[in-house]
Design a protein around this ligand. Structure first.
Ligand code: GLN
Length: 196
């Protein structure tokens, strides 16, 4: 495998777990906090956490425009949970800062306040017959998606995995399980973007 360098935005949230999983998949992984970090990686993961906090810090630390610029030149980005919210063009009832790169409308804390967290087995055609065990924590879902967006999995008819070109989003936290297929899929997207 060609080794790619993937950054994990490390402002707040579950970034350490993503880094570990990327490394166990054979990728080089770094924590990203500066524009130089953003410019040094082949792909970027935006972790789960608190999307309003991460978004505000991205603005304060001058990262938002640099990430958008790299994205417009084809850098793959994968957002999990809060990361998915930050990738979305539209967030129901919120004006919070975001990258706005994916043509999706997301609803925050969408599975109901009483359901703080739950797990589900997802059927994802791309990953064969073995279901993906997904951990949802105050999770959002994708309420609607544009025509360019490919839906990869749903829960109760709500979209929870989607891809649009160089962007991938999951409403749940694969880094908290032993299942590394989504990280491997993203590493494949990064290799593809480099023509490797
Ligand atoms: N509910 C959080 C938000 O809106 C996301 C939760 C998570 O990332 N686990 O930012």
């Amino acid at each position: 495998m060609v080794i790619v360098k993937i950054g994990v935005l490390a402002l707040q949230g579950a970034f350490r777990e993503h880094k570990k999983m990327l490394e166990s998949c054979g990728a080089e992984a770094i924590e990203v906090r500066t524009t130089d970090d953003v410019n040094s990686v082949d792909g970027l993961i935006i972790p789960g956490g608190e999307s309003t906090t991460i978004g505000k810090m991205m603005v304060d630390w001058g990262l938002l425009d640099t990430i958008k610029d790299r994205a417009s030149h084809g850098m793959p980005i994968y957002g999990t949970c809060a990361g998915m919210i930050l990738l979305a063009k539209d967030i129901v009832g919120s004006e919070q800062p975001r990258l706005g790169l994916m043509d999706i409308c997301v609803r925050r804390n969408a599975f109901g306040r009483q359901v703080e967290s739950f797990e589900a087995d997802l059927h994802v055609a791309e990953f064969g017959t073995e279901p993906v065990r997904a951990v949802f924590i105050r999770a959002p879902y994708i309420e609607s998606a544009g025509r360019e967006v490919k839906v990869l999995a749903v829960v109760d008819e709500h979209i929870v995995i989607a891809r649009q070109g160089n962007y991938l989003a999951t409403a749940f936290h694969p880094e908290l399980t032993q299942d590394d297929r989504i990280h491997k899929f993203f590493i494949g997207m990064v290799q593809e973007s480099l023509g490797k």
